[in-house]
Design a protein around this ligand. Structure first.
Ligand SMILES: [Zn+2]
Length: 68
């Protein structure tokens, strides 16, 4: 329980990015901005297995977003 609470506290400092299935757009979960590497996820909706690279998600931070 302690580690679960600690992890949640740490995660508040990071930007959250929603991971979506590249095939159908179904939400698969969330990635935080400190995530690195690749994750293999199976979509519950279309049953396709996708490999996602966190490097493509961590750059999009809410605080840096600029409207031009
Ligand atoms: Zn899908």
């Amino acid at each position: 329980m302690y580690y679960a609470e600690l992890s949640q506290m740490e995660a508040k400092e990071f930007a959250e990015r929603q991971l979506k299935c590249p095939q159908c757009g179904f939400p698969l979960g969330f990635a935080f901005s400190d995530c690195a590497g690749h994750l293999k996820l199976k979509c519950r909706k279309c049953k396709s297995i996708s490999v996602l690279n966190f490097a493509y998600f961590r750059r999009q931070r809410g605080v840096r977003r600029r409207i031009t």
